[in-house]
Design a protein around this ligand. Structure first.
Ligand SMILES: [Zn+2]
Length: 440
């Protein structure tokens, strides 16, 4: 058998190892099997593909990729995003960053700088009326702080703290791991004896494929990165970010608990929105939004915020109709509601009642009518026969598998059933440019 994929093509493929549909305990309401998701693992997903997946409701935790069945989960996880250039900071968000900047500079610096390099009245007025997130986020980074010669001391005027932020690959270091353990113990009250460096590495240092190879290059950064915050040379916070062609997805943040009072959640979100704006990434994704979870409500305060419709995969404003409906029921698809009201007759089949009786782990994904997933008919229309399969380091076509043609697509236990379910949840675009890992 000759090579069916050359090296260049192989590099451009994302690889997926299907794990299938499972019910699991819910971390939010603590129900035993309240959450249902489709899972796949991968060590090689391209940012362009990950973006496509995120816009279909997927998310990753380390090398595990999943898409929840919002209709059959106790606490539905809605994908949310905002447009960085449209973002309007709220008063408490502006206050958080101003407070931090004041702490960095310190009262002595602020007093002397006002005397040595005073701002003009016009500058001050402009600043008051026009809060520019980009300016405010960057102004106390050490390289941007004005350090005039102070004639009184004959020395350069130094701020109280040297604050630096840089973005680097998502590699592991002892300093990052130590900081992570400190954060999990203090902020999340977690018993960290079970955390080993390899778990940390899998969770936060094995993201989507990174480019360009040289991080100093001016080319647009794509892939998984760590944004590291250093104060007086010491690492105090790490934000884990997935940079995609048209958006930045916030994965996780951990920080030194000694700085908890500075509201790193707000500071990092503002910084990441600024990064999206100046880096040309357009959208900022704050991760899933769970309406019933009080701790997540703060995400909605970064406005204007949009929510992915689980069925039509279009975006609706969180405020207004959607938010009101979410107060009343956990699963909402505005496109579904609109369709219903257009075709409203008393004999509209209520599929959900009958579906609720199905034990979802026993049946094919296609019988569950999971929102945002291709139907069996739609998958049949794809060319699965020529989808690539990676077997012991070699690519073959599905059709090369013995017995492939006779396998039933709607049997979740058959190889073809497993492959078809993966294609249905990935969607047609990612399916085209990916390969499946199954037997290795
Ligand atoms: Zn729950």
């Amino acid at each position: 058998m000759g090579t069916i994929v050359d090296a260049e093509e192989a590099r451009n493929l994302s690889l997926f190892r299907p794990l299938g549909y499972q019910r699991n305990s819910c971390g939010y309401c603590k129900s035993d099997d309240g959450s249902a998701s489709y899972y796949t693992s991968s060590v090689a997903v391209r940012p362009v593909h990950y973006e496509e997946l995120v816009n279909r409701g997927w998310r990753r935790s380390g090398t595990l990729y999943y898409k929840q069945n919002l209709q059959r989960s106790c606490c539905p996880h809605y994908t949310m995003r905002l447009e960085a250039s449209a973002f309007k900071p709220r008063k408490d968000q502006r206050k958080a960053i101003n407070r931090w900047n004041k702490f960095i500079l310190g009262p002595e610096y602020i007093r002397r700088a006002a005397y040595l390099c005073p701002k003009s009245r016009a500058e001050k007025r402009l600043r008051k009326q026009n809060f520019d997130v980009l300016d405010v986020v960057h102004e106390t980074e050490y390289s941007n702080v004005k350090r005039p010669l102070d004639p009184k001391t004959k020395k350069l005027l130094e701020p109280a703290h040297r604050f630096e932020v840089n973005i680097e690959g998502d590699s592991i270091s002892q300093a990052k791991f130590d900081l992570f353990l400190k954060y999990q113990t203090t902020v999340h009250k977690e018993d960290v004896s079970k955390w080993q460096t390899k778990d940390f590495k899998r969770f936060l240092c094995s993201g989507i494929k990174r480019s360009p190879a040289n991080p100093q290059s001016s080319e647009k950064k794509l892939g998984s990165y760590h944004q590291c915050y250093r104060l007086d040379g010491k690492l105090i916070a790490v934000a884990v970010l997935d940079l995609m062609p048209n958006g930045i997805s916030s994965v996780y943040i951990f920080y030194d608990p000694a700085y908890e009072q500075w509201e790193f959640g707000k500071l990092s979100a503002l910084r990441e929105i600024a990064l999206a704006s100046e880096g040309g990434y357009k959208y900022y994704y704050m991760g899933y939004y769970i309406h019933s979870c009080q701790k997540m409500r703060y995400k909605g305060s970064f406005k204007p915020q949009y929510i992915l419709d689980p069925e039509s995969q279009t975006w609706d404003p969180l405020d207004g109709e959607l938010s009101q409906k979410l107060d009343k029921r956990p699963y909402v698809s505005l496109s579904h509601d609109r369709r219903l009201s257009e075709t409203a007759t008393q004999d509209t089949p209520q599929a959900t009642d009958a579906d609720a009786e199905i034990n979802d782990e026993d049946v094919s994904l296609f019988d569950l009518h999971m929102p945002g997933v291709l139907t069996l008919e739609q998958v049949q229309a794809l060319d699965l026969d020529h989808w690539l399969l990676l077997v012991h380091g070699t690519f073959v076509h599905m059709i090369d598998l013995v017995g492939w043609e006779a396998m039933p697509m709607d049997n979740p236990q058959s190889v073809k059933g497993i492959i078809a379910e993966l294609a249905a949840v990935l969607g047609p675009e990612v399916r085209k440019e990916s390969a499946v890992v199954l037997f290795d």
